[in-house]
Each structure stands twice: as structure tokens, then as C-alpha cells.
Ligand binder design. Structure first.
Ligand SMILES: Nc1ncnc2c1ncn2[C@@H]1O[C@H](COP(=O)(O)OP(=O)(O)OP(=O)(O)O)[C@@H](O)[C@H]1O
Length: 265
């Protein structure tokens, strides 16, 4: 078993955006995450992989305090964003989630127009001073979501009327509209067909220019295609963390090797 400081220091590319130390998560009496240490780099896609139930989504939700919304969930340890403890009592979780945006497994546009889906966050966070400001914010976000060309002539049509892949890119546009610094994606392609998946994967690669992206995926091929760093979780532990190429070609822990060769999971 690797020393935790070795795991924490295993990835040295880029600057660290998020630093987690000794994170434990409990649902009631049951422990879902055990002593996780990890550094998430800026301008990098970090993939969380591991068998079903190993805690990937639970740990991802710690990074923007989405677990706060689950009554029986308790988080201990320290998670810092740019050095600031995100669990400090003075941190407003709503402001935090504007900085650390999230995209879910199933595209979940609001029952509003395409425009209003994207404008929602900037409006509540006061990011636009006028209608023309807001128009610009919406256009920039839709361009970053790689969906502008498909929707620019129907901005006032309902977001729910788009195809699944378009809805997911709309949700990505909605998440980036508040100018977050980190984008968390929980299996963002699992409800999409291969063409829409390829479009979203291409988009993820572009997004890392501006954000730290963390993606939970069941697909090792996807992790290999989109990420620079990979963290392998097993039974609530972070077993191995390193450059994606190294994790897939030269894993150091036998559990990682078993998973990537299909023997567990
Ligand atoms: N809201 C919840 N209440 C109670 N237990 C939960 C809750 N959410 C997750 N768990 C438990 O925590 C553990 C980790 O679950 P989690 O969903 O984080 O794993 P995962 O690796 O993301 O799984 P999957 O790949 O299947 O989505 C599991 O044992 C799960 O049953």
C-alpha cells in the first residue's frame, strides 16, 4: 500500500486547483470514502474510475458540497480550492457551486427556454448589468458548450425540446455560464449515443483550456481518451492516482491492474 503523501504527490502536472486531505464520507454509520488524499490540477481533465459503488460519485460531490443536500451524509477531512477550505463555515455553498459547476449523468435542462437555462445562473449571481450584457454571457456560454450554431436561431424554444446530446451540451453551457473554475461531470455521456458522446468528449478537451475538469466515468476507454490524470477508487479508497497513460499501461497496484484488465468491476 502506497504512503498517502506519495499518492498526493504522484501527479505533478499543472498547478493544483483542489487539494483534498484525509477525506472520509459516511452515510449514517456506513463509510463510503476512506481517508482520500488527492490533488486536482488546473487545466487538466482528471478521471475518477473504479467499480460500481466504490465511491466515485460520493467523492465528486464532496468537491462542491453537493453532499450537504443529503441528510445522512457526513464529510470529514479538508478540501481546499485555491487554498481556501470549502467546508469553512463562512463559505456559502451556493457561491461555491457557482465556482465549482456540475454536470449530471442525465441531461437535466430546466423547463425553460434555451436562453433562460443559460441565463439562470448569471442572473442569480448578478453577472450581467444589462440585457445586452446577458445576451453576451449567454452566447459565450453556448459557444463554450459547442452548441451555439445549433441553437442560435431558436434561443427562446424550450431546452427540453433538444436532442439528448444537445441537452447535455446545453447543461454544460449552463454550468460554464457562471464562469466556474472547476467543472465536475458525473458520467456525462452515459445517456448519450456514440455520436453525441464523441461531441461531448471533444468539448471536454476544449474546456480544460479554461477549467479544471473532473469526470466520473464507467468507461475506461473514455478515461483514456479524455483525461490526463486518472484516479482509481476501490471500496471507498483512492488506490492509485497518476498520469492516465501510466495508470493504464503500468499500474503500480494489483487492484488497479485487475480493474483495467477486467478482472474486477
Ligand atoms: N444517498 C445515499 N445514501 C446512502 N448510501 C449512499 C448514498 N449514495 C451512495 N451511497 C453508498 O455509498 C457507496 C458509494 O456510492 P457511489 O454512488 O459514490 O459510488 P460510485 O462509485 O459512484 O458508483 P456507480 O459507479 O455505481 O455510480 C455505495 O455503497 C452506495 O450505496
Amino acid at each position: 500500500m502506497k504512503d498517502m503523501s506519495q499518492i498526493a504527490n504522484a501527479v505533478e502536472t499543472g498547478t493544483n486547483k483542489i487539494s483534498a486531505r484525509d477525506v472520509n464520507v459516511f452515510y449514517g454509520d456506513s463509510q463510503a470514502i476512506k481517508g482520500v488524499d488527492v490533488e486536482i490540477s488546473n487545466n487538466t481533465v482528471t478521471a475518477f474510475i473504479g467499480p460500481s459503488g466504490c465511491g466515485k460519485s460520493t467523492f465528486l460531490r464532496c468537491l462542491n458540497r453537493m453532499n450537504d443536500t443529503i441528510d445522512i451524509c457526513r464529510v470529514t477531512g479538508t478540501i481546499r480550492l485555491d487554498g481556501e477550505d470549502i467546508y469553512d463555515k463562512r463559505v456559502d455553498p451556493v457561491q461555491l457551486r457557482a465556482k465549482v459547476g456540475m454536470v449530471f449523468q442525465k441531461p437535466n435542462p430546466f423547463p425553460k427556454s434555451i436562453y433562460d437555462n443559460v441565463a439562470y445562473g448569471p442572473r442569480i449571481h448578478g453577472l450581467a448589468r444589462s440585457k445586452s450584457d446577458l445576451d453576451e454571457v449567454v452566447e459565450r456560454a453556448l459557444r463554450r458548450g459547442a452548441i451555439w450554431n445549433e441553437v442560435k436561431d431558436r434561443l427562446y424554444a424550450p431546452g427540453t425540446g433538444l436532442s439528448g446530446g444537445q441537452q447535455q451540451r446545453l447543461c454544460i453551457a449552463r454550468a460554464v455560464a457562471t464562469e466556474p473554475e472547476v467543472l465536475l461531470m458525473d458520467e456525462p455521456c452515459s445517456a448519450l449515443d456514440p455520436i453525441a458522446t464523441a461531441q461531448v468528449e471533444e468539448l471536454i478537451d476544449e474546456l480544460r483550456e479554461n477549467f479544471a475538469v473532473v469526470i466520473v466515468t464507467h468507461s475506461m476507454q473514455q478515461a483514456a481518451r479524455v483525461s490526463q490524470n486518472t484516479a482509481f477508487f476501490h471500496l471507498g479508497e483512492l488506490v492509485e492516482y497518476g498520469e492516465t497513460g501510466q495508470i493504464f499501461t503500468n499500474p503500480q497496484d494489483p487492484r488497479t491492474e485487475s480493474y483495467i484488465t477486467g478482472r474486477i468491476g
